[in-house]
Write a protein that binds this ligand. Structure first.
Ligand code: HEM
Length: 178
């Protein structure tokens, strides 16, 4: 399997931790530089676990997240044209919906990497420039933070949640823009 249980867990002599969604994966074979990137942004297993606990909240609000995203994208004439030419809003909404929910599975493995590289290729092919991808991403991030923030009980919890989400979204951008 391409899924490797993290070095942190192994070196601590611990058994990989299993939750209802499976073990935590946060180390990728043959991607030393990516593992370094992950360490550099301090994305750790605790983040992955927290991410999974946030999944139901995100799923609950997925319609507004996806609609907000596309109304902002369709507000830019150039981007609307790309969508009309290469796809459809309905199709992209479905794709994005699935993609977002999957981020909160927190499985950072070979499959995760391959998918991001494919997204990058597709965006390149349809002529989506990085500046627009990043703008769209910020819009998505704004929505996430608002939803997650509202439902947290304490300031500490809010900070932690926001940090975890921004780490994940940052990694996502690192991979798609590479
Ligand atoms: C395809 C995600 C921004 C246009 C895709 C796919 C994903 C995705 C997951 C499908 C890849 C596959 O089929 O394997 C994202 C994310 C974005 C983003 C996470 C930013 C947060 C944009 C923007 C546009 C766009 C701003 C505006 C033009 C497209 C198009 C396709 C595509 C035209 C091809 C879809 C098709 O084959 O029907 N994107 N995207 N994307 N994206 Fe994006």
């Amino acid at each position: 399997s391409s899924k490797i249980v993290s070095r942190e867990t192994e070196s601590a002599g611990l058994k990989p931790e299993f939750s209802h969604t499976g073990p935590v994966y946060l180390n990728v074979e043959n991607h030393d530089e990516l593992n370094e990137q992950i360490r550099m942004i301090d994305l750790n297993e605790e983040d992955v676990r927290l991410l999974r606990t946030l999944k139901p909240i995100v799923e609950e609000h997925i319609d507004e997240i996806v609609s907000g995203f596309y109304s902002s994208v369709l507000g830019v004439e150039k981007l609307e044209q790309i969508i009309i030419k290469h796809s459809s809003v309905e199709r992209l909404k479905m794709t994005l919906r699935q993609h977002i929910v999957e981020i909160f599975d927190g499985n950072i493995d070979q499959n995760y990497i391959t998918k991001r590289l494919t997204i990058a290729k597709i965006h390149k092919k349809v002529g989506l420039e990085p500046k627009w991808y990043l703008s769209a991403f910020q819009n998505l991030q704004n929505e996430f933070i608002e939803i997650i923030y509202k439902e947290a009980a304490t300031d500490q919890e809010r900070i932690h949640r926001v940090q975890t989400i921004t780490k994940l979204l940052n990694l996502e951008q690192q991979l798609v823009l590479e």
